[in-house]
Design a protein around this ligand. Structure first.
Ligand code: HEC
Length: 629
């Protein structure tokens, strides 16, 4: 035995060994999070915290293993510890993949496993000095790699804004966690209420959400409204509650034409006696104190017939979205719940049942609902635009998510007309003709492959005037928003805007912020970058013209070295004659004058930019140029 070992041959190992594991364990828990996200692990969203806990637990399991191999020859012990680290971390990662809602970053696991192996072999290795050196090199490489690969899309810390350059507008996204408590399951929705919002979770908990005074973050209060869904009674009917199907709330809407206002909630309902599902609309009154004025829920609608669990019931294809028509009537979308005619009756084309339809309530008093459109599969989004046109989004099977313009009485063709195919297949077995929808109404647009459409709104507010009249379609699968430019009833283009979360529903706030409700239970606010917030943000408005894009060219000159550079000094750029003949170099003072009004300072310049009126903001931009030389 040549060289000291932290764990002696006695049992259970000596103090130095345990101290080593306590200290290195703390590093394993905190280090990767700091390196990767620049934040302590407990500041991360819950889904990331769990990942850190799993990795920390793996390290302590490794410590226990090290104790058990301390009698081995050092070389063997080292090999074993490295193998054990690999096995443990691969298994831990595998275990996390079983849960959809937990983060699992492959890089983070790899980085942590490397660090863990380097640290855990120390107590059993005789070549302490050599391994410490190797460990330090590994740590250094890992740290550099982590910093370089730091991906801003993954730094979704609560309230830490993320900037995104979308077509026509710079965006600032803020991720706001902890507003509703654990959501346990997907679904639910958001509606505006005054200057704030009402949010309902998939399980039916209702929250009033308001802006704080800076309008950058949100706060919430749980409303003492009883749940519209009797979940406990439902679960009692399932021998194994873990295998129970979803029983979720699908949307909410508020009718402000009465006082107190009436809140409508659409949700699945379990008929305990007959053991079957329906889709219900329940309503209750809310007074201005945002508390329930009445005590209980009134059933406004119940779908027909009640659907048995076998043979085909699909708890995802529920639809269940509300919208108000231009003349004040309530619309409700209902999915086919899987009854598409393949292993079940075919409901969307059957006018004697409610499924696969959009319904319209004829009057609040009569509670009579009539078929507005049919042949809809899983209509997840409904909105009425400023011209009174009704837009609907619905899930296709594999491929073929549709954006439709709804016209009363029209048939949209499901399940005999779709641009989608069977999962894993190349055609949809019931398709009458694959090239188009034949005599059925065509969608305005179809997403192939599917984006997993959820909801949609039309942008109308003051924050994004360049988007006014565009639709924003939210997506589950691509974790994005899709901006749809439309003219009349046709679509000109669509633009994806990455959000990084499964977006379930969205609204436009009174001030024009777009507010997203996600399946994680977080709200994401989409606004403009805060003016003056930082030099980087202020410079954001120059980037579209001055920073090369993926295509590799920028329309303006290279600005990185512009500060105190000769005017028109980028040799690779073809300046206007006006800019070339200006002379001198770009001092802070000249930049300030130029940026205030480019056209006045350099008459005839090619820089078509209105200028920055706010002197503080000009100073931020100049500071950015000064520090990026
Ligand atoms: C709409 C596109 C556009 C935007 C936005 C824009 N620029 Fe420019 N910029 C140009 C073009 C084009 C030129 C070349 C002008 C010429 O040749 O007359 C230019 C030239 C310049 C120059 C002179 C460079 C040199 O080499 O002499 C500076 C400095 C400059 N821009 C700064 C900015 C800053 C700072 C912002 C953001 C606040 C900004 N620009 C925003 C298009 C733009």
């Amino acid at each position: 035995m040549n060289g000291p070992r932290a764990f002696g041959r006695g049992v259970p190992g000596n103090l130095a060994g345990w101290v080593w594991f306590a200290v290195s364990g703390a590093f394993v828990v905190v280090g990767p999070s700091l390196l990767r996200y620049g934040a302590l692990p407990w500041r991360l969203p819950m889904r990331d915290v769990l990942q850190m806990i799993v990795m920390g637990a793996s390290y302590f399991a490794l410590a226990a293993y090290v104790v058990s191999v301390r009698h081995e020859r050092p070389r063997w012990a080292t090999v074993r510890v490295i193998v054990a680290t690999t096995v443990l971390f691969v298994c831990a990662y595998g275990a996390l993949t079983l849960f959809d809602n937990f983060a699992r970053s492959r890089e983070l696991f790899a980085i942590t496993a490397l660090i863990a192996a380097a640290l855990a072999v120390q107590p059993v290795s005789i070549h302490r000095v050599r391994t410490v050196a190797i460990g330090a090199i590994v740590l250094g490489v890992v740290a550099v790699a982590a910093v370089i690969s730091r991906n801003p899309r993954e730094m979704l810390l609560a309230n830490e804004p993320v900037q995104w350059q979308s077509g026509l507008a710079s965006l600032e996204l803020r991720y706001q966690s902890g507003l509703t408590g654990p959501v346990e399951g997907d679904g639910g929705g958001i509606a505006t209420w005054g200057d704030g919002f009402l949010v309902i979770t998939g399980r039916g908990a209702l929250y009033h959400v308001e802006w704080d005074s800076t309008r950058t973050s949100l706060r919430s209060t749980r409303l003492p409204v009883p749940l519209p869904v009797d979940r406990a009674g439902y679960l009692a009917d399932w021998p194994d509650p873990d295998k129970a199907l979803r029983l979720r709330v699908t949307d909410l809407t508020i009718d402000t034409s009465s006082n107190p206002v009436r809140l409508y909630v659409s949700h699945q309902y379990w008929n305990h006696d007959r053991k079957c599902f329906t889709l219900r609309v329940s309503s209750t009154l809310l007074d201005q104190q945002r508390s329930p004025a009445g005590s209980s829920w009134t059933t406004e609608f119940e779908s027909h017939p009640c659907l048995p669990v076998v043979p085909a019931f699909d708890d995802i294809e529920t639809g269940g979205r509300f919208a108000w028509t231009a003349d004040g009537k309530l619309l409700l979308s209902i999915g086919d719940h899987g009854f598409n005619g393949i292993r079940s009756p075919q409901y969307p084309q059957d006018t004697t049942v409610d499924y696969g339809k959009v319904l319209q309530r004829e009057s609040p008093a009569s509670r009579r609902w009539t078929i507005f459109t049919l042949g809809n599969r899983n209509p997840q989004g409904l909105v009425v635009d400023h011209e009174g046109r009704i837009w609907e989004t619905e899930h296709g099977p594999q491929g073929g998510d549709e954006l439709n313009v709804l016209v009363r009485g029209d048939n949209y063709g499901w399940p005999v007309a779709t641009y989608g195919t069977e999962y894993g297949g190349t055609f949809w077995p019931l398709t009458l003709q694959a090239r188009d929808h034949g005599s059925f109404t065509e969608p305005a647009f179809a997403f192939v492959p599917s984006i997993g459409v959820s909801s949609l709104i039309e942008v109308q507010g003051p924050m994004f005037p360049e988007w006014r009249g565009d639709l924003l379609v939210s997506s589950l699968r691509t974790r994005s928003l899709w901006r749809v430019r439309k003219r009349g009833d046709h679509v000109l283009y669509v633009e994806p805007i990455p959000i990084g979360r499964r977006v379930r529903d969205l609204v436009e706030s009174t001030d024009g912020h777009v507010v997203l409700w996600t399946d994680d239970g977080d709200l994401v606010t989409v606004g403009r970058p805060q003016r003056n917030s930082s030099p980087e943000v202020a410079f954001g408005q120059c980037k579209p013209c001055h920073v090369p894009s993926i295509q590799g060219t920028a329309m303006g000159p290279y600005l990185r070295a512009a500060f105190e550079r000769r005017v028109a000094g980028d040799r690779t750029y073809d300046y206007s004659a006006a800019m070339r003949s200006l002379g001198g170099s770009w001092t802070a003072r000249r930049l300030d004058a130029f940026l205030q009004d480019p056209e006045r300072y350099v008459p005839g310049t090619k820089m078509k930019f209105g200028g920055i009126a706010d002197p503080e903001e000009r100073a931020k931009v100049i500071e950015y140029l000064r520090s990026h030389r």
